[in-house]
Design a protein. Structure first.
Length: 180
């Protein structure tokens, strides 16, 4: 991969701005999404819903949900995806630069940056399946629920991996700079 491109572009200032923008987007959209989810009466918790791998279970959730109100939450989730995608990408690139792009940790951090973007893309595909299921909440093919859960699983694995690694590498970076 051509990781050298990330050594100067985007600028550190732009990356820091993107992190702040990402946090603002996340902070604004999370309560609104939660409001519409609660208002719709959607009964499931996030993990049990996203990782159900069951069309019948999803149909049972939708049977007691105001679909029109609920549809707003996954639609707004695209804003949240952009927010956390910006945060994970920008933070990982900044960490990579701190260690040096050619270093092993620099390369790992850049892979984490790309993985954060892939996680957001998987979230977007997951939501396409949610919105498709909502078009016929009692008659959609079970394969849509399975596909939805597959992309959700990939998203969660990548998210937890990127966040955990960024935290660990970030702490090591601070420790390393204090040691010098």
């Amino acid at each position: 991969m051509k990781f050298e491109n990330f050594s100067k572009s985007p600028s550190a200032r732009k990356l820091k701005f993107l992190i702040i923008l990402g946090f603002i987007l996340c902070i604004i959209v999370i309560p609104v999404m939660q409001f519409y989810t609660d208002l719709s009466g959607y009964p499931a918790q996030i993990f049990s819903s996203q990782l159900s791998f069951s069309g019948e279970l999803m149909k049972s959730y939708y049977a007691v949900t105001n679909i029109e109100l609920y549809r707003i939450a996954p639609s707004l989730d695209y804003i949240f995806m952009v927010g956390y995608g910006l945060i994970l990408f920008s933070l990982s690139v900044l960490i990579a630069r701190r260690y040096g792009i050619p270093s092993r940790i620099g390369h790992i951090s850049l892979l984490l940056a790309i993985s954060g973007v892939i996680a957001a893309c998987c979230d977007g595909i997951e939501n396409i399946f949610i919105l498709a299921m909502l078009t016929d909440s009692t008659g959609f093919p079970n394969s849509w629920a399975i596909s939805h859960s597959v992309f959700a699983l990939i998203k969660w694995i990548l998210l937890f991996g990127v966040i955990s690694c960024d935290i660990i590498i970030g702490i090591l970076s601070v420790y390393r700079s204090k040691k010098k």
